[in-house]
Ligand binder design. Structure first.
Ligand SMILES: [Fe+2]
Length: 251
């Protein structure tokens, strides 16, 4: 989700949606919560209070002051696992649904245009094994620019996790499907935020920067707000039975 319009959409729509659709667990990528880049402790707590069970992050994790200290102790807000081992925070957490079913959430960063300390493929097997010791319901947020990396990870993890959900590009892809081994996947879950924009930024500012190559201060756009994501159904054994892309216009 992106900026103030995204936060407003989450606040006004998510609790209702959770009830209407009987959603047991909600994972929110919050790395663009603070005015388009980064997240603060206060914003993270606010999103958790609105119905997010776990918040994942990405390449903009460290953009706001105070977040390092927050992530060092948070059990509900995680950052990509393939950052440096000396960075604060964790890339895997386990939290319960309302009925007590544990859900493991793993956050990893792709390599294209990113600077992970190591490839996500180097450590994903270890993370999944660690998650599996605690639960069979495992969801991976793969935060990446390249569709190929995200699709490859989905196939690698097919039959090993419940879902592999892509984030970062802010454009929802039309490939939500359950793979042969029972893993739900979508290359990008999309963006909760202002869609009359260039992936959340005011159009004229993004175009100006691209046309001139000069530094332009980005501002979050306002119009065309939608809540987007993916809804996954699974069995008690963690095997996905359905996945559906969610796309809702927000007033
Ligand atoms: Fe990102």
């Amino acid at each position: 989700m992106v900026g103030v319009p995204g936060r407003r959409a989450v606040r006004d729509t998510l609790p209702k949606l959770r009830e209407e659709l009987g959603i047991d667990f909600c994972i929110l990528n919050g790395e663009n919560a603070a005015d388009g880049v980064g997240i603060t402790a206060k914003l993270a707590d606010g999103l958790l209070a609105c119905g997010a069970d776990v918040i994942t992050l990405g390449n903009h994790t460290w953009r706001r002051s105070g977040i390092q200290e927050y992530l060092a102790t948070s059990e509900r807000v995680i950052r990509p696992a393939n950052f440096s081992a000396s960075a604060p925070g964790r890339g895997l957490t386990v939290a319960p649904t309302a009925d007590g079913t544990p859900v493991a959430v793993i956050n990893v960063l792709g390599s294209l245009f990113m600077e992970p300390a190591m490839s996500m493929f180097e450590l994903i097997d270890g993370l999944v094994a660690e998650a599996r010791e605690q639960t069979s319901v495992i969801v991976v947020d793969v935060h990446g620019e390249a569709t190929s990396e995200k699709v490859a990870l989905s196939h690698w993890l097919d039959g090993k996790v419940t879902a592999v959900l892509g984030t970062h590009t802010h454009v929802q892809t039309s490939d939500a499907r359950v793979l042969r081994g029972g893993t739900a996947a979508i290359t990008d879950a999309g963006m909760t935020g202002p869609h009359d924009s260039v992936i959340g930024v005011k159009k004229d500012l993004a175009i100006q920067r691209m046309r001139t190559g000069l530094p332009v201060r980005f501002e979050t756009a306002e119009g065309g707000v939608r809540l987007e994501g993916a809804l996954v159904d699974c069995n008690g054994d963690g095997r996905a039975t359905a996945i559906e892309a969610v796309r809702l216009d927000c007033p």
